[in-house]
Design a protein around this ligand. Structure first.
Ligand SMILES: CC(=O)N[C@@H](C)C(=O)N[C@@H](C)C(=O)N[C@@H](C)C(=O)O
Length: 677
């Protein structure tokens, strides 16, 4: 008995100290997804004393994500629900005096705008809309709200059809399509032609006033400090559908409805905001060069559009989500840097600082960037705080005193205390083809022991102009919990490093990003704990491009799962929902004018080399990277006698992870395929 006892105790001491398996805990498993909770969209009150945030939860019975509004004080006290139930509440916005919040809710069966009086808790819907509202913006005096909704365009009759006889059982009929955008990923039906318009409504309800007109989209409304006018963006050229990157800034006088175009440089103009002193307009954008990646900069100009200045020259990172500081002397903004999502503050002379790092999203999928923040008049701010080890929580801080960031919520404390999770470690590897350094992370299994040999999965991000980072990723944690070392990287083309790095694959994708991925695999293999006979590769969307490209270049992988890929750029730009953008920005010619340009960068051109057993996996209603792309590769592999399988995830769009059970299915099919080999 004594000898048996010693044998039983030894393995526990072998585990590396930082990954000792706690026998009281269990490994992260598929159904644990439904226990996760996320903080998103934290909105701090104007006086900085209270934060309203959106809490994301999941219901295993309805297989749905549902959201509620919660409130907590800046000190962390008085944490309580504002709404409850398994419905949808979102986009909370404080009134300028902090007495009310406006938000959207589906509690009445359709998405409407609600207002809550914070002192009494009285709540009322103030709209009765037929389409979902968005972009809620309080007027400076708190008496009115702006919002946008999509309004169907008048549809001309195409044919004078006879009516079926009474009781006849004719077929459904036909869908007439004549607009450029007739499908959008996430909308399962054919799109009706509609345009986004801006409305104004009393904060106490009543008939809304339609401010904009015409068959044009109007977006990003914001108020002038005096409440006399609003800014918004629109491309009213009449060619916006086929020229998708040229929205301009307009100012509209609320009383007269008179509209003035403020900008006219070619290129996108996003999120126009007037400074609190009324002196400047800030916006994000760039001068369009018609290439795949273009750095999004921050500009300021006078109210009339004169004296335009780019103030983010020293940043070389994409700027988004801008907010003027109360003194009109700086702006807060979101940016990603080396795979870390951050909140920054930039002065009008271009000097900038990082205010907070490690922002997180509410995704249950892969570790993409993102995050949310808000700032009070006194410099207090709230952020969605991410971490590689737990879902996103709420944190607060103060700028410029730079008090320590304080995490206020711990929604997942019991979860993280009861689960053995994979551990994320960072690495950099020198490119084998030039001077770039490639950034990556290794997610090791909960019971990891570097003296053992492990199967390895290389998981590749899409976009391609996005970035992965040390962020909580249930999708990859599930792979690690099943015993895999999971490696993920930011190959060239990824954002958050430099314009040079991201632009390298402009009209040159895929290319040496493949080498970056193989350099990362070589690096991790050289660490000595990977079984080289059990190397696996997978990736979604752009990651599907690179995983199918890779197995056309090497047979080092025991198996591959190519998820929602582009396989043939020629067919892709003629079937994808965003086809005008893809054709005009990812290529220099149309496919019929230069088929070779499309074919030479298409994974289908390398399928003749493939020996790797491959599963295709795609959402049944994926309109971003259509099912037909996966079908081409699957059928080519079958014709070549390569072991292939194809999984179509039912009722799924491009965003497979938007439904928890579909995320579970995706990981289970991926691991099932790898286990087979
Ligand atoms: C950044 C981004 O999403 N770009 C779009 C043009 C896009 O939809 N790209 C897809 C081809 C893609 O790779 N999407 C990634 C984000 C995914 O994992 O779905």
């Amino acid at each position: 008995m004594k000898k048996l006892l010693i044998l039983l105790l030894v393995p526990l001491f072998l585990a590396s100290p930082d990954q000792k398996v706690d026998a009281q805990k269990t490994n992260f498993d598929y159904l644990d997804i439904y226990d996760l909770q996320y903080v998103d969209d934290p909105q701090i009150s104007p006086d900085g004393n209270t934060i309203i945030y959106v809490r994301h939860q999941f219901d295993v019975m309805t297989d749905r994500r549902y959201t509620n509004l919660w409130s907590i004080s800046f000190s962390g006290d008085n944490h309580k629900p504002i709404t409850s139930g398994k419905l949808g509440y979102g986009t909370p916005v404080w009134s300028p005096d902090g007495s009310r919040i406006a938000y959207t809710s589906s509690e009445d069966g359709s998405n409407q705008v609600f207002v809550r009086w914070m002192d009494s808790g009285a709540t009322s819907s103030i709209t009765n809309l037929t389409h979902s509202p968005g972009n809620l913006q309080w007027s400076p005096d708190g008496t009115q709200l702006l919002f946008t909704i999509n309004i169907p365009a008048e549809q001309p009759k195409i044919a004078n059809l006879p009516s079926p006889p009474e009781g006849a059982e004719w077929t459904e009929g036909a869908t007439v399509i004549d607009q450029v955008y007739y499908q959008a990923d996430g909308s399962f039906d054919t799109l009706e032609e509609s345009y986004s318009h801006i409305y104004l409504i009393s904060a106490e309800g009543g008939a809304p006033r339609k401010l904009t007109d015409g068959n044009y989209d109007h977006s990003s409304p914001s108020w002038a400090p005096d409440g006399g006018s609003i800014l918004f963006t629109a491309d009213r050229s009449g060619n916006a559908d086929l020229d998708p990157n040229n929205a301009q800034i307009y100012e509209m006088n609320i009383e007269s409805g008179e509209m003035t175009q403020i900008t006219n440089k070619r290129g996108p103009h996003g999120s126009p905001k007037i400074s609190p002193d009324g002196q400047y307009i800030a916006y994000t954008g760039y001068e369009d060069q018609f290439v795949g990646y273009q750095l999004t900069d921050l500009y300021i100009m006078n109210r009339d559009g004169s004296n335009l200045q780019k103030i983010s020259d020293d940043l070389d990172m994409d700027v988004s989500d801008i907010t003027w500081a109360n003194d009109s002397r700086s702006l807060y903004f979101r940016y990603d840097e080396e795979g870390n999502s951050k909140l920054g503050n930039i002065r009008l002379n271009g000097d900038y600082v990082t205010v907070a790092s490690n922002l997180g999203t509410s995704s249950i999928g892969r570790p993409y960037g993102g995050g949310a923040y808000s700032v009070a008049d006194n410099g207090r701010f709230a952020i969605s705080l991410g971490s590689p080890d737990r879902p996103t929580e709420l944190a607060v801080g103060h700028f410029p005193t730079r008090m320590a960031i304080t995490q206020l919520t711990n929604l997942n404390e019991l979860f993280t205390e009861s689960k053995n999770l994979g551990v994320t470690t960072e690495f950099w590897v020198d490119s084998s083809v030039d001077d770039f350094e490639i950034h990556g992370w290794i997610l090791t299994p909960p019971d990891f022991d570097p003296s053992q040999q492990y199967p390895m999965i290389l998981e590749i991000h899409g976009g391609p102009h996005t970035n992965y980072g040390p962020r909580f990723t249930p999708e990859l944690q599930l792979m690690a919990s099943k015993g895999y070392v999971v490696v993920y990287t930011n190959p060239r083309g990824s954002t958050s490093y430099s314009t040079e790095f991201a632009s390298y694959i402009n009209q040159n994708y895929p290319s040496e990003d493949h080498n970056d991925l193989m350099d990362a695999v070589d690096y991790v293999v050289d660490l000595g704990y990977i079984d080289e006979d059990r190397l696996y590769i997978t990736g979604g969307s752009g990651g599907g491009v690179l995983s199918s490209w890779a197995i056309g270049k090497t047979d080092r992988f025991a198996a591959a799962v190519v998820a929602k890929p582009v396989i043939n750029w020629y067919s892709f730009v003629l079937t994808a929902d965003m086809y005008p953008f893809f054709a005009k920005y990812w290529f220099t010619e149309y496919p019929w004018d230069d088929p070779e340009q499309y074919l030479e960068r298409s994974p289908i051109s390398l399928v003749g080399n493939v020996t790797t057993p491959t599963m295709l996996l795609v959402g049944e209603y994926d309109y971003r990277t259509p099912v037909s792309e996966s079908q081409q590769y699957y059928q080519a592999l079958k014709l070549r006698g390569v072991d292939a399988s194809m999984v179509k995830i039912s009722d799924s769009s491009h965003s497979i992870a938007s439904t928890p059970s579909n995320l579970i299915r995706k990981v289970a099919y991926i691991l099932g395929w790898f286990e087979k080999y």
